[in-house]
Ligand binder design. Structure first.
Ligand code: HEC
Ligand code: HEC
Ligand code: HEC
Ligand code: HEC
Ligand code: HEC
Ligand code: HEC
Ligand code: HEC
Ligand code: HEC
Ligand code: HEC
Ligand code: HEC
Length: 336
């Protein structure tokens, strides 16, 4: 009896031990992961913390409990745990600037950076000081968002909020803002809040299921700008974004269909949605083909017998014969 209690206790003990190790090693790998990510940050632009003008996050916390709590949910709050950041300014003052004068002034509003008073470009400069080290962000100033005064803080919140959404009896249901990348709203709502005119394209009979939540705008677009037109994640000729999901269209093929290689998928498809099957640019396949292949029909002399005589229905459906229309490894006419 006594013995079996000991065994139970030992088992319970080792279980707790395992749980703890799992938990600690889990959070260690998370921190290591963050340390690796933050290596791409432009550390040279981050000031040294050994400067009397900086008072530290704990000081701010004393008067701004709410902002501290929301800040704690973000990756920014974890930087203090990374060795390479220990002597660097991080926490509140990495964005709001040195706080000594503000604190000594008893919370003097004029002596601290307040984002409400900053125009979008200046606000973004604050963030870019660190973030432009990273490949995906250092083109932000080349993008349409920057040029049209859409800054980081229109899409991201440094202080993600939790809002009460409903009361039921004594219970208050709290709606957490999506903490994914500190976005102010989830996709696609975030994007559609400004790009409402795109919404109707995703309700066309043939469309990518963005509104249904199967895919996101950022599967194809880079919200942070880049070299491609329309801020797409496509690369001309390779169409990386499309091929990520439609890998069988990728090639390389022995016989490439020139437009797929040169202009990319949008030579023939409307990417958001279309009234035409297969999201094609034209209502029928042959109309699409004729846009480029004007010479193959005998329309000028319909009497002439021809393989492609459009008076004959069976020659109208081009992809019945040219079925490997995206490219082929065995047929230079894309028959298979
Ligand atoms: C990553 C940059 C960043 C960090 C770190 C940061 N803030 Fe902010 N703070 C902002 C931005 C941007 C705003 C404007 C509102 C927003 O976007 O959420 C803001 C708003 C505020 C406001 C104004 C109140 C409001 O809701 O508009 C206060 C006060 C504040 N922050 C205090 C703090 C404190 C205290 C800390 C540290 C615990 C901190 N901030 C950390 C960027 C930052
Ligand atoms: C002694 C208390 C105190 C401390 C410490 C303190 N603040 Fe404040 N802070 C205030 C008061 C008071 C205001 C003015 C609030 C108002 O008028 O709405 C203020 C305003 C602000 C604002 C502008 C918010 C707005 O709505 O206009 C920001 C941003 C801010 N503080 C950030 C910080 C940061 C960052 C730190 C740490 C470096 C810090 N504060 C430390 C008391 C303090
Ligand atoms: C002191 C440098 C620094 C400043 C200033 C800074 N950040 Fe960051 N931020 C980081 C680091 C480091 C990370 C973690 C590594 C990463 O995700 O790139 C990070 C992560 C993020 C993330 C990813 C969050 C996630 O959960 O994946 C977002 C979004 C972000 N920052 C936005 C901002 C915005 C917006 C501003 C300006 C208001 C800003 N940052 C200012 C250093 C900074
Ligand atoms: C038009 C909206 C928008 C703007 C403006 C914007 N972002 Fe983002 N950001 C997003 C979205 C959406 C994601 C998540 C999807 C993704 O990673 O593409 C994201 C992800 C991130 C991430 C985490 C993923 C990564 O790439 O490391 C960071 C860090 C970040 N943004 C920083 C910034 C900074 C800094 C700015 C300003 C220079 C900024 N963002 C401007 C929408 C935006
Ligand atoms: C705060 C408003 C706002 C938000 C949020 C926003 N955008 Fe934009 N976006 C603009 C403005 C303004 C332009 C420039 C004018 C235009 O082309 O409509 C623009 C331009 C673009 C362009 C380039 C259009 C072109 O003609 O080159 C793309 C693509 C784009 N946004 C995608 C997105 C995606 C994806 C999201 C969500 C992650 C998003 N936007 C969120 C305001 C916004
Ligand atoms: C399947 C990939 C894909 C998805 C998903 C996608 N886009 Fe696009 N989008 C594109 C491509 C490709 C273009 C360029 C079209 C062209 O050049 O003909 C484009 C163009 C745009 C433009 C430029 C204006 C225009 O019509 O040419 C805006 C704005 C835009 N997209 C916003 C969005 C928003 C907002 C979402 C999410 C609701 C979204 N896109 C989802 C691929 C996509
Ligand atoms: C995130 C994955 C993803 C990306 C990126 C993507 N697609 Fe799609 N696509 C799908 C899925 C899933 C379907 C299936 C249709 C549905 O949603 O019902 C589809 C359907 C299609 C169809 C219609 C197929 C049919 O049988 O009607 C075409 C054409 C297409 N995509 C072209 C493109 C092009 C061009 C791009 C790049 C601009 C692209 N896709 C990017 C996932 C993706
Ligand atoms: C030269 C015009 C053209 C180009 C360029 C093109 N497509 Fe197509 N695509 C078509 C036609 C035509 C169909 C319809 C075939 C049929 O009749 O069934 C089609 C059908 C599709 C389908 C649905 C049917 C299937 O085979 O799964 C997908 C998905 C698709 N294309 C993706 C892409 C992607 C991704 C690219 C870029 C790599 C691309 N297309 C480039 C003409 C083109
Ligand atoms: C955006 C323009 C464009 C569209 C649309 C287009 N093609 Fe092509 N296609 C080309 C070009 C350019 C070549 C290469 C011609 C060359 O090398 O002489 C080509 C080559 C071909 C070839 C190989 C024979 C040859 O002359 O090299 C066939 C077969 C073909 N296309 C069929 C089609 C069919 C069927 C459609 C409709 C589904 C179609 N194409 C749509 C531009 C287009
Ligand atoms: C019944 C099968 C069939 C149909 C349907 C068909 N083709 Fe062809 N196509 C062929 C054959 C076979 C050839 C090869 C002719 C040759 O090599 O001399 C060919 C060749 C071509 C070529 C290469 C250029 C040339 O003159 O040799 C193009 C471009 C082409 N077809 C486009 C189309 C278009 C566009 C349609 C739809 C309007 C279409 N085809 C419908 C069988 C077909």
């Amino acid at each position: 009896m006594l013995k079996s209690n000991w065994i139970k206790l030992a088992l319970l003990g080792s279980f707790v031990f395992l749980l703890l190790t799992w938990f600690i090693s889990g959070s260690l790998t998370r921190i290591e992961g963050l340390a690796a990510e933050s290596d791409q940050i432009n550390m040279a632009a981050v000031p040294d913390a050994n400067n009397d003008d900086y008072v530290g996050t704990e000081t701010c916390k004393a008067c701004h409990e709410d902002q501290f709590k929301s800040f704690e949910k973000t990756k920014h709050s974890k930087l203090s745990k990374i060795d390479s950041w220990k002597d660097k300014v991080q926490g509140c003052e990495s964005c709001h600037g040195p706080g000594k004068a503000h604190v000594e002034g008893g919370g003097d509003k004029t002596k601290i950076i307040n984002f409400k008073n900053l125009d979008p470009k200046t606000a973004s400069d604050t963030c870019l000081a660190c973030h432009e080290g990273k490949e995906t962000h250092n083109n932000f100033r080349r993008g349409e968002h920057w040029r049209n005064d859409i800054g980081c803080t229109q899409c991201h919140s440094a202080h993600p909020k939790s809002e009460p959404v409903a009361e039921s009896g004594s219970m208050t249901l709290i709606k957490e803002q999506p903490t994914t990348a500190m976005l102010k709203q989830g996709e696609p709502q975030l994007c559609l809040s400004c790009h409402n005119e795109q919404k109707s394209q995703f309700t066309k009979p043939f469309h990518h299921k963005v509104l249904e939540g199967t895919m996101k705008c950022t599967d194809c677009h880079n919200a942070h700008g880049g070299f491609e037109s329309k801020q797409t994640k496509l690369a001309v000729g390779a169409d990386i974004a499309c091929i990520k999901c439609h890998s069988n269209k990728a090639g390389p093929f022995v016989f490439e269909h020139a437009p797929a290689k040169l202009e990319g998928c949008t030579a023939c498809h409307i990417p958001h949605g279309s009234s035409n099957p297969k999201m094609l640019k034209r209502p029928s396949v042959r109309q699409l083909c004729f846009e480029c292949h004007t010479g193959i029909t005998e329309e000028l002399s319909p009497q002439a017998p021809s393989l492609h005589n459009q008076a004959q229905v069976r020659y109208q459906n081009c992809t019945v014969c040219h079925s490997a229309i995206h490219g082929s490894n065995s047929s230079n006419r894309f028959f298979r």
